[in-house]
Design a protein around this ligand. Structure first.
Ligand code: ADP
Ligand code: MG
Length: 227
């Protein structure tokens, strides 16, 4: 199997004024293409920091991080931006554009990538059908439930043909029934569309839906469980 992420003794220190904050203190992690991995851990344990490094949103302080076998510390800003475009990000707050419909929100990354109107419309409709929102595609975010909004955000994250989803507490702001459905959707995308997914959560039950759970504590991986 091909490795999509490999972290070796990965460290990240933030400077808070003059005070160093060691968010990651030596993380070792390998994720294979096609896996669904969850990252569990208390608030402040470094989960978002790790996800942001994997998504090339930030650079490590030291250690090795390979994304599809390319070391990210060797990349310049332009190359990092290219890498970032291959990753679909999903956050706790859906960050949808309020005055756009669901379809227009999903079309946006494709418009930025330069796809023509017909192509992006067709693909947005297919993606919204995949996430079970075909009937809702002309609704604006405020007319959708939290769970539905998160499904729009997932469709948008997949818009530029992403095979790699990074989800930071995607169910943190929705009720438990919708949270469960969101996880089932991620599972289905993983199984049927072979989307590699790395999902941060602090819900143990939801984490069990992934193939494997990585437990973080104080900036390191304290434990791994295979589900
Ligand atoms: N931009 C930043 N500047 C300074 N400290 C940060 C920054 N981002 C995160 N931290 C600190 O790094 C640690 C890990 O944070 P984070 O990765 O967000 O944890 P988690 O997602 O597990 O809650 C925390 O102590 C947090 O306060
Ligand atoms: Mg976080």
């Amino acid at each position: 199997m091909a490795t999509i992420v490999e972290a070796v003794e990965l460290k990240k220190t933030y400077m808070l004024g003059k005070v160093p904050v060691e968010a990651l203190r030596g993380v070792n992690l390998k994720v294979e293409k096609g896996e669904f991995v969850s990252i569990l851990g208390p608030s402040g344990s470094g989960k978002s920091t790790l996800l942001n490094l994997i998504g090339a949103l930030d650079k490590p302080t030291s250690g090795k991080l390979l994304i599809e076998n390319v070391g990210i510390s060797t990349l310049n800003d332009g190359q990092l931006a290219d890498l970032r475009r291959k990753v679909g990000f999903v956050f706790q707050f859906f960050n949808l554009i309020p005055r756009f419909t669901a379809r227009q929100n999903v079309e946006l990354p494709m418009a930025i990538a330069g796809l023509n109107r017909d192509e992006r419309r067709k693909r947005a409709e297919e993606l919204l059908e995949t996430v079970g929102l075909k009937e809702r595609m002309n609704h604006k975010p405020a007319e959708l439930s939290g769970g539905e909004q998160q499904r729009v955000a997932i469709a948008r994250a997949l818009a530029n043909n992403h095979r790699f989803l990074l989800l930071d507490e995607p169910t943190g702001d929705i009720d438990s029934k919708n949270a469960y459905e969101t996880i089932q959707l991620i599972k289905r995308l993983n199984l049927e569309k072979r989307v590699t997914a790395i999902m941060v959560t602090h819900d143990q039950h939801l984490a069990k839906e992934a193939n494997r759970a990585v437990h973080m504590l104080d900036g390191v991986i304290a434990q791994e469980t295979v589900n």
